[in-house]
Design a protein around this ligand. Structure first.
Ligand SMILES: *Cc1c(COP(=O)(O)O)cnc(C)c1O
Length: 462
């Protein structure tokens, strides 16, 4: 063994202590360091090290050269995209995932799979899904949507008497995927799956809303020759609008379609009694996407996919290799997900659910939604700013009252970036900004700081 590597092995406990100290310091600084530091590009490149200098030297260089450039995205005022943090228990679980470094994909060494299945069953209960849904962990909602639509593709094949998994997507002929206001990752998934981005057929939404018009969906399905795929949206990223999931599912009485629901962060509405009605009907979906690195507050990268048709899922993802053995009645994870090797990604989710339970996570969801509402009220009262939609759950979509050009909004965004991070969007043709609340640390004091920063900058720009 290299002498430096051997020395690191000998002093491993001290190294872990040093990482622990660096971690505690970074986390303690989340509230005071810039939410997003000035974006001045990468540091001067350094060559590949030839000689070993050990982990302590690597830690020192990381802290000096890279850490100051990192955003406080784990902190309470990183309100861009839809971004969660990591609860203390989730962080512990993620650290232990690396410690145990499992490849949890097969019954030959099955404890990791069992832990993942226990976690999936807890999540299923959290979101009100029935026992007919099975699921796996994947790296994010894009991958979860891709897996759901891959199963949908195989279902279309079943209906038409072909197998895309065997014969290719062309065996299906033209495919139509109907949706009101789908997330951009749906088109990406269709591209990956060989169905093509143009398979996506936009269905009109309700007036002034991002929720699909069920009557328009009914008509679009009537116009679709053969079986179709419907992507229902449970929580759009701009205005957190929800399709009426029960009304969409009821159309199955009259039309033949696979129902995939993208509930990446909207599924968490199920935890809050005041908002749970938004997710009613979710269980009727044939496949469901839920992100976990957003509102569950586990570290990147983590999401879950659920489906009622694990048999079709195994047809798509089965990995035939002599050393893996037959599929069996309860297929190993290697036969259910796009990747073969499978990190024990579930452990962080297991830890946070074990530590805080339904009540602890309900409190996070309710506090975040209360913060979003409070910020919406504060911005709405400012003559320089304008809300573009009611705050339905955890996102505030707003713009400058006067002349909201992309350039002026970029100036506003950059003016507040040390204090709060928000991201741009366009809603109904109007350039806008979004503040999304999904971090477990965020409090009403952060809302006041955020509102103050935005109002001051808006006044200067106006
Ligand atoms: C975030 C999000 C996605 C994509 O999630 P990733 O985790 O970034 O892959 C898909 N759908 C919705 C509704 C989202 O909010």
């Amino acid at each position: 063994m290299d002498a430096t590597l051997a020395a690191d092995l000998t002093r491993l406990p001290a190294l872990l202590d040093a990482v622990r100290d660096a971690s505690a310091e970074a986390l303690a600084g989340l509230d005071t360091r810039p939410v997003v530091p000035p974006q001045d590009g990468p540091p001067e490149p350094r060559p590949l090290p030839a000689e070993a200098t050990g982990a302590a030297a690597a830690l020192d260089e990381f802290r000096a050269r890279w850490e100051p450039r990192l955003s406080a995205s784990a902190g309470p005022r990183y309100l861009g995209f839809v971004t969660g943090g990591a609860t203390p228990a989730a962080l512990a679980g993620d650290w232990l995932t690396a410690v145990h470094d499992q490849n949890s994909n097969s019954a030959m060494d099955g404890a990791g799979q069992h832990l993942e299945r226990e976690t999936v069953s807890w999540l299923r209960e959290l979101f009100g899904l029935g026992a007919a849904h099975t699921g796996t962990f994947v790296s994010g909602a894009t991958q979860s949507n891709t897996v759901g639509l891959a199963i949908a593709r195989e279902w279309l094949g079943e209906r038409l008497g072909v197998s895309p998994a065997q014969d290719g997507a062309a065996a299906l002929g033209p495919v139509r995927v109907l949706s009101g206001a789908p997330h951009s990752s749906i088109a990406k998934a269709l591209s990956v799956l060989g169905l093509g981005r143009s398979a996506l057929v936009p269905v009109p939404t309700l007036p002034g809303r991002e929720a699909v018009d069920p009557a328009a969906l009914d008509r679009a399905l009537a116009d679709t020759p053969g079986p179709a795929v419907v992507v229902a949206n449970a929580g759009t990223v701009n205005t957190v609008d929800f399709d009426d999931l029960r009304a969409v599912a009821a159309l199955k009485d009259r039309h033949d379609f696979w129902l995939h629901t993208d509930a990446a962060f909207g599924a968490f509405a199920a935890l809050s009694p005041a908002h749970a009605h938004l997710t009613e009907g979710l269980d009727a979906s044939d496949s469901v996407c839920v992100d976990l690195h957003k509102w569950l507050n586990v570290p990147y990268d983590s999401a879950v996919q659920f489906t009622r048709r694990r048999d079709l899922q195994a047809r798509v993802f089965s990995n035939a290799a002599a050393y893996l053995g037959p599929l069996g009645a309860d297929p190993d994870l290697v036969h259910l997900t796009p990747e073969n090797s499978h990190r024990l990604r579930a452990l962080a989710a297991w830890f946070t659910l074990r530590a805080y339970g339904r009540e602890g996570h309900r409190e996070i969801v309710e506090r975040d939604t209360a913060c979003a509402r409070a910020l919406g009220d504060l911005l709405d009262r400012d003559p320089a700013l304008r809300l573009l939609a009611p705050v339905r759950l955890n996102v505030v979509c707003f713009t400058l009252a006067q002349d909201p050009t992309p350039e002026r909004l970029t100036a506003l965004r950059e003016a507040v970036a040390a204090e709060v991070f928000v991201t741009p969007t366009v809603l109904g043709g109007t350039p806008a900004l979004r503040a999304a609340f999904s971090n477990w640390r965020t409090t009403p004091a952060d809302v006041r700081r955020t509102a103050e920063a935005l109002r001051t900058a808006a006044k200067e720009i106006a």
